[in-house]
Ligand binder design. Structure first.
Ligand code: ADP
Length: 418
């Protein structure tokens, strides 16, 4: 069976998942953090049944293999100097071989790469060619922290696995179906034509996966459904999916727009940004940093960007409570907008860190949406990370919990392009 790797390359990290396709079975997954440092961390998780007898069992000093609590999985860990992505990937592939997870590099026949910005050039996943790589480089203007790292990952894999099909899967492409009135800002039109100043959205692979899965769970054709997908993680966005197409989404030109996030502000009146900048004497770079790294749940609560911490202390900490309330309020507002835009909704779908795991946040949100015919089944909602309907049987609008699976979506796109 063909093995496909789904890759998410960041500036100093690289996450991967290795899947057997088309069986869609995860064979191994892992992450290399702190690339470029003397103490980079490599973690690889894999099933106990996978490592074959010829797997190398000799480990260096800093290498460890531990068994998971349920006895079904193993975790390989190592701390070592890794100078760049090329070395990181080479090490990871060599380790997969040493551990008996793959027999040799050639077993990996496809590699799918998450790419953050696809602009208007990419409305679906594509096989990487020289032209595609050039475009990903040029789109770095839209995602300066991400696209260069994504491109670096692609080039490094191409060198090490020249025979494998290389595919780019864009965070923005699902949203390319938005109509003009939704993606354009009310700015002079020439900025759109000159600079591509418009809404692109993000988390597209996640919204695409959970909307398709929702249709399966509801036993309906995606074409006949109006869905609102709530990707609530550290980064958070909401999408209106009508007939399987994204028609509006809460992130904008960049992932700063929309909801209140862990450390990102979400929507703010732009003139307020200039006002604060002037009063505080902040440079553009400093202000951008505040909006991206010091705002959101962290900025309001003053104590943490993590929803778990805020829920733990909200009864005794006013700012923590306020941050939770503002988070919920923004979600409810966007859902309301999208119900209005689509002229109704059949189901809302919760996913990502907060959406999948926070029972109280899901309850707060659904309780506020009762007005359009959605009722929470409190017992069904009392779960973390399951795939389950959390609205009551007689709820006119359904609420679903669907753990996202961007890696699977990436691997499927690789398969489809083979
Ligand atoms: P991202 O991929 O955007 O980094 P995730 O989707 O992994 O983020 O979500 C991470 C966030 O999920 C954490 O910051 C935390 O706030 C939230 N989270 C995880 N588990 C829980 C939980 N049990 N209750 C509330 N929030 C949770």
């Amino acid at each position: 069976m063909a093995k496909t790797m789904a890759v998410n390359a960041g500036s100093s990290s690289l996450k991967f998942q290795l899947l057997d396709m088309p069986a869609e079975r995860v064979i191994a997954q892992g992450v290399i953090e702190r690339i470029g440092m003397d103490d980079a961390i490599v973690t690889i998780k894999y099933g106990v049944s996978i490592a074959s007898e010829n797997a190398v069992d000799h480990l260096e000093d800093d290498e460890h293999i531990t068994l998971s609590k349920d006895g079904k999985g193993k975790k390989y860990e190592n701390v070592l100097a890794i100078k760049d992505h090329q070395q990181a990937i080479n090490f990871m592939l060599q380790k997969l071989t040493d551990l008996g997870i793959i027999a040799d590099f050639n077993e990996i026949t496809g590699v799918g790469h998450r790419v953050v910005a696809g602009g208007e050039w990419f409305n679906h996943s594509v096989v990487v060619t020289d032209d595609v790589l050039t475009k990903i480089d040029r789109l770095a203007d839209y995602a300066p922290l991400h696209n260069p790292a994504n491109a670096m990952g692609i080039r490094a894999f191409q060198k090490l696995l020249p025979h494998a099909l290389s595919v780019a899967v864009f965070d923005t492409s699902f949203h390319q179906t938005m109509p003009e009135e939704n993606y354009l800002y009310s700015l002079p039109y020439e900025y759109y034509t000159r600079y591509g100043a418009r809404k692109y959205g993000a988390h597209g692979t996640s919204h695409r996966y959970v909307s398709a899965r929702a249709a399966q769970l509801l036993g309906k054709d995606l074409k006949d459904l109006k869905l609102i997908t709530l990707h609530l993680g550290a980064g958070a966005s909401i999408t209106a999916v009508q007939g399987g197409k994204s028609i509006d989404t809460s992130m904008g030109f960049s992932p700063l727009a929309g909801l209140t996030m862990a450390t990102r502000s979400g929507d703010v009146d732009t003139s307020l940004v200039y006002y604060i900048q002037e009063r505080e004497g902040l440079s553009n770079e400093e202000m951008t940093n505040i909006l991206n790294k010091k705002s959101g749940l962290l900025g309001i609560s003053t104590i943490s960007s993590d929803m778990r911490d805020l829920l733990d202390v909200q009864d005794t900490h006013d700012h923590a409570k306020l941050a939770v309330n503002i988070f919920v309020n923004r979600v409810v507002k966007y859902v309301g907008q999208y119900v209005a835009e689509m002229g109704g909704v059949d189901a809302i779908v919760f996913t990502a860190g907060i959406g999948e795991n926070s029972i109280p946040v899901r309850k707060m949100i659904v309780d506020k949406l009762g007005y359009f015919g959605i009722t929470l089944d409190e017992e069904a909602n009392n779960v973390r990370g399951d795939e389950v309907e959390i609205s009551t049987k007689d709820s006119r609008v359904k609420a679903l919990l669907i753990p996202t699976n961007e890696e699977l979506m990436i691997a499927r796109d690789v398969e489809a392009l083979k």
